[in-house]
Write a protein that binds this ligand. Sequence first.
Ligand SMILES: [Zn+2]
Length: 55
Amino acid sequence: MPNRNSEVIKVDSDANQVVCDGGGGPLGHPQVWYTFDNHAQIACHYCGRLFAKKS
Ligand SMILES: [Zn+2]
Protein backbone atom coordinates (compact mmCIF):
# COMPACT_ATOMS: atom_id res chain seq x y z
CA MET A 1 0.00 0.00 0.00
CA PRO A 2 1.54 3.36 -0.94
CA ASN A 3 1.94 5.84 1.83
CA ARG A 4 -0.75 8.49 1.77
CA ASN A 5 0.70 10.53 4.58
CA SER A 6 4.28 11.71 5.05
CA GLU A 7 3.63 13.15 8.49
CA VAL A 8 6.31 12.37 11.06
CA ILE A 9 5.24 11.94 14.67
CA LYS A 10 7.96 12.42 17.26
CA VAL A 11 7.68 10.23 20.32
CA ASP A 12 9.69 10.10 23.52
CA SER A 13 12.85 8.05 23.25
CA ASP A 14 11.76 5.83 26.15
CA ALA A 15 8.39 5.01 24.61
CA ASN A 16 8.02 1.44 23.43
CA GLN A 17 4.57 1.58 21.89
CA VAL A 18 2.61 4.04 19.81
CA VAL A 19 -1.02 4.05 18.80
CA CYS A 20 -2.28 5.37 15.48
CA ASP A 21 -5.82 5.88 14.25
CA GLY A 22 -4.90 8.01 11.26
CA GLY A 23 -6.10 11.17 12.97
CA GLY A 24 -9.69 10.76 11.84
CA GLY A 25 -11.24 12.16 8.69
CA PRO A 26 -10.51 10.61 5.29
CA LEU A 27 -7.19 9.24 6.52
CA GLY A 28 -8.69 7.66 9.61
CA HIS A 29 -8.42 3.93 10.23
CA PRO A 30 -9.03 1.48 13.07
CA GLN A 31 -6.85 2.12 16.08
CA VAL A 32 -3.70 0.06 15.90
CA TRP A 33 -0.75 -0.27 18.24
CA TYR A 34 2.85 -0.61 17.17
CA THR A 35 5.79 -1.70 19.27
CA PHE A 36 9.22 -0.22 18.61
CA ASP A 37 11.23 -3.18 19.89
CA ASN A 38 14.73 -2.27 18.69
CA HIS A 39 13.63 0.01 15.90
CA ALA A 40 14.12 3.77 15.95
CA GLN A 41 11.04 4.40 13.85
CA ILE A 42 7.86 2.73 12.70
CA ALA A 43 5.69 3.48 9.71
CA CYS A 44 1.96 2.96 10.12
CA HIS A 45 0.82 0.31 7.66
CA TYR A 46 -2.58 1.98 7.30
CA CYS A 47 -1.85 5.65 6.79
CA GLY A 48 1.89 5.90 6.26
CA ARG A 49 2.57 8.14 9.23
CA LEU A 50 6.09 7.74 10.52
CA PHE A 51 6.67 7.46 14.24
CA ALA A 52 10.24 8.41 15.09
CA LYS A 53 11.89 8.40 18.48
CA LYS A 54 13.40 11.64 19.63
CA SER A 55 17.18 11.42 19.69
ZN1 LIG B 1 -1.99 5.24 10.93
